[in-house]
Design a protein around this ligand. Structure first.
Ligand code: AVI
Length: 329
């Protein structure tokens, strides 16, 4: 059993092991300055997920407006036996961005894998959630992998050779990649799972713009708070002096690019100091903070095919708002 250095884990369940593949802490300063120096200012969406951002994202997922979470959950609940039929029992499931490890619970009774490895960078949350999972499923080997999407799983994660490898990537997080990054992610996943393996992935689908626009402008204001929290984080971690009252949340569906765009719009001219740099914002100018691509079954199948997968099975909800794909060779 391996422990992450410096992580106190009282009463760690015997069926839980921990692998620490976290990259060395990197300063976010360079990414932030690069993004704010572009003609269309931008900030990397990975910066959303500090502790407050993670809480706000959980709150977003519970709203009526943000349909992806409950729609995907309903597909997983309803289709678990069919999904398990495709994957087979005794597989090794590796979930990317596992967080609360909530979705896999919907599949475990049907799927009965040999191993479940949950990868996430947020080690506190991951150790808590995988610890609970290991207690609830004493027959399951659970591995908490502290790392990001770039972690070298091939050489650092030991999985039983007999087990079919399945990458599980729910939540439509693939939509936050640019399409070429999405293809690259799937290519890496395909290399990792090998010819016998597969990828089970949640994908948000193109739909009426009014549904999409509401999902990213929830009446409770959680998405707006999530977006603005980015600036709070820069003020705290980089000593920046953003005046939060000068920026407002904006999210809209860009149909020509099949994506939701989230921006922070500057409502009056601003000069913002970050470390030794000064950034000027005109009134009306925006910082692009996130894209969330929406696919059709065909457009996503094209990306999967370009990444080398030959076969796909798709489960969708009755309104065709969300798809769960199983990609294999
Ligand atoms: C994590 N990701 C799939 C979410 C999305 O829908 O693109 C992030 C999010 N941003 C605003 N609301 C939710």
């Amino acid at each position: 059993m391996k422990y992450a250095a410096g992580v106190a884990l009282p009463r760690q369940p015997r069926n839980l092991s921990v692998v620490d593949l976290a990259p060395p802490p990197a300063s976010i300063l360079q990414d932030v300055c690069d993004g704010l120096s572009r003609p269309q200012k931008q900030l990397p969406p990975k910066l959303f997920y500090d502790r407050r951002g993670a809480q706000l994202f959980t709150a977003i997922c519970s709203t009526q407006a943000y349909y992806p979470t409950r729609t995907e959950n309903a597909i997983l609940d309803r289709r678990a036996p069919e999904i398990a039929g495709e994957i087979g029992t005794a597989a090794a499931i590796i979930e990317f961005g596992a967080g609360e490890v909530e979705k896999i619970r919907r599949l475990l009774p049907s799927l009965h894998p040999a191993v479940y490895a949950a990868l996430d960078l947020s080690h506190e949350q991951l150790l808590r959630s995988t610890g609970r999972l290991a207690v609830d499923y004493p027959w399951l080997d659970v591995i908490a992998v502290i790392g990001d999407y770039g972690a070298d799983l091939q050489s650092r994660l030991s999985l039983p050779a007999y087990a079919r490898r399945i990458v599980f990537f729910p939540g439509s997080s693939i939509g936050n990649f640019e399409p070429e990054q999405a293809q690259a992610f799937l290519e890496r996943a395909r290399d990792f799972v090998g010819v016998r393996g597969g990828v089970l992935i949640g994908v948000d689908l193109v739909k009426d713009a009014s549904v999409l626009n509401l999902a990213y402008n929830d009446p409770e204001g959680y998405t707006a708070a999530f977006n603005l929290n980015l600036l709070t984080r820069l003020n705290r971690e980089l000593g920046a002096d953003f005046d939060l009252s000068a920026f407002s949340h904006e999210a809209f569906y860009n149909a020509s690019r099949s994506r939701i765009e989230m921006h922070l719009r500057c409502v009056r001219p601003q000069r913002v100091r970050i470390a030794s740099r000064l950034f000027a914002f005109d009134a009306g100018e925006t910082i692009h903070t996130e894209s969330s691509y929406k696919y059709t079954p065909d457009s996503f199948t094209c990306v999967a095919r370009a990444a080398g997968f030959h076969a796909a099975r798709l489960w969708i909800d009755p309104a065709a708002w969300f798809g769960v794909f199983f990609l294999h060779n």
